[in-house]
Design a protein around this ligand. Structure first.
Ligand SMILES: NC(=O)C1=CN([C@@H]2O[C@H](COP(=O)(O)OP(=O)(O)OC[C@H]3O[C@@H](n4cnc5c(N)ncnc54)[C@H](OP(=O)(O)O)[C@@H]3O)[C@@H](O)[C@H]2O)C=CC1
Ligand SMILES: C[C@H]1O[C@H](OP(=O)(O)OP(=O)(O)OC[C@H]2O[C@@H](n3cnc4c(=O)[nH]c(N)nc43)[C@H](O)[C@@H]2O)[C@@H](O)[C@@H](O)C1=O
Length: 348
């Protein structure tokens, strides 16, 4: 749609896509919303999680003084009545949905029903309540794992719903797909500038280091650290080590969320990735080195590999003006430092 109107015009002054000087791909629209200001009331759902805590740090560091957050023990977002009451009391202008039941490959495979049920309810309650209470902007977070298992690489946004899903996280993916569909439907029915981002695999300070339900990076940090302390001669990681993952530091992801809220107003989700991917075996070596573990790395091939490759095509986001900054090895060092500083107090 080369001459489609741009909602409110672009920041370069163009009123229509064809006149816009920005290299927008796929015919999606940009926005010239006034950027959120430090006084904007932003509710960060899931503010104590990996993404939510990074968002909280990000906005706090930029002087935002009306951030809203409540832990799941005080507000269970699966409860529609409690969610509505919370919105009535706090009147957020902007909502970022970083609340979800999240886990690595093992947790997803073990509790698929919980992943469907909790995520459908959390996102439905947040989106319905946001529309009903006049929330001005909303950012929903999808996940790269909801693309087809064998999507062409790098994965473009257009690959959504074009093939079968990876079995181990089908429940989670179906719930997330419903969330993205609801955002698009709200845009069409209510004309509200609600948008979705599609983050790749994330890691960083505030991650879940539990050996049972964590993702690969925190799982390996903890395992290598404990093996190093106990002088264990070998460490066993899951799968073949051959799958590849696109890993983004969560502080970059938080910055991208802020950027999209201020600059994007299109129907489809926008990929948020690092622009590159690495084999799991290499991730293990980088983490072992960062931790100072020099024993043998073994692979338990009875454990699932999951999706063979998930590299996001980030040209859309780059065209809008944002790219990732943190090199993986550097991000691992700061994540390990965080782990060391929070071992006694960290949440799981
Ligand atoms: N981690 C990753 O690699 C990726 C994450 N994402 C998406 O980013 C979002 C955040 O993920 P991430 O930060 O990693 O997850 P975490 O597990 O670190 O955090 C999830 C947060 O959700 C909150 N939460 C869970 N259930 C409820 C509930 N019933 N009521 C209220 N709050 C609840 C938790 O609150 P509390 O701590 O108070 O219990 C927690 O703060 C999710 O939508 C996820 O799908 C997307 C791609 C990759
Ligand atoms: C973000 C995304 O995360 C999940 O999908 P995933 O990308 O497969 O994530 P993962 O980090 O759990 O594994 C990545 C790879 O790493 C290997 N691996 C090795 N050793 C360990 C290990 O010790 N733990 C884990 N978890 N994986 C390991 C593992 O076998 C796999 O090949 C979904 O929950 C999905 O729903 C989702 O949202």
């Amino acid at each position: 749609m080369p001459d489609a109107a741009i909602r409110g015009g672009c920041r370069c002054g163009a009123r229509r896509i064809a006149e816009c000087t920005h290299p927008i791909e796929y015919g999606r629209t940009v926005t010239n919303f006034p950027p959120m200001s430090p006084s904007t009331r932003i509710y960060i759902a899931g503010h104590q999680g990996l993404v939510g805590s990074a968002l909280w740090r990000h906005f706090t560091a930029r002087g935002f003084e009306n951030l809203i957050g409540l832990g799941s023990s005080e507000l269970d977002l699966r409860d529609a009545g409690a969610t509505a009451a919370f919105f009535r009391a706090t009147r957020p202008q902007v909502v970022i949905d970083a609340a979800a039941r999240v886990g690595g490959i093992a947790a997803n495979a073990l509790r698929p029903a919980d992943f469907v049920s909790d995520n459908l309810r959390i996102q439905l309650n947040l989106l319905d309540t946001a529309v009903a209470s006049g929330v001005e902007r909303f950012l929903f977070l999808g996940s790269s794992c909801i693309y087809p298992k064998f999507a062409a690489q790098p994965i473009r946004e257009e690959a959504l719903l074009t093939g079968p899903l990876e079995e181990s996280n089908e429940g989670y993916a179906v719930a997330k797909l419903a969330g993205i569909a609801q955002v698009t439907a709200i845009r069409r029915q209510h004309g509200l500038p609600y948008v979705s981002a599609m983050p790749t695999n994330l890691y960083g300070p505030g991650d879940n280091f539990s050996p049972h339900d964590s993702h690969v990076v925190p799982a390996m940090i903890r395992r290598f650290h404990e093996a190093m302390l106990a002088d264990i001669p070998h460490v066993t990681c899951w799968g073949t080590g051959l799958p590849r993952r696109d890993l983004l530091h969560v502080d970059d992801a938080a910055e991208a969320c802020h950027f999209l809220l201020d600059h994007y107003d299109g129907d489809g989700p926008v990929n948020v990735g690092s622009g590159t991917d690495i084999p799991i075996s290499e991730i293990a070596h980088i983490i072992a080195e960062a931790v100072g573990y020099d024993g043998e790395i073994r692979w338990d091939t009875s454990r699932p590999d999951g999706t063979p490759r998930k590299l996001l095509d980030v040209r859309h986001l780059a065209g809008l003006g944002w790219s990732a900054k943190t090199p993986f090895a550097e991000g691992i060092k700061t994540t390990y430092d965080w782990f060391l500083a929070h071992q006694d107090t960290y949440r799981r």
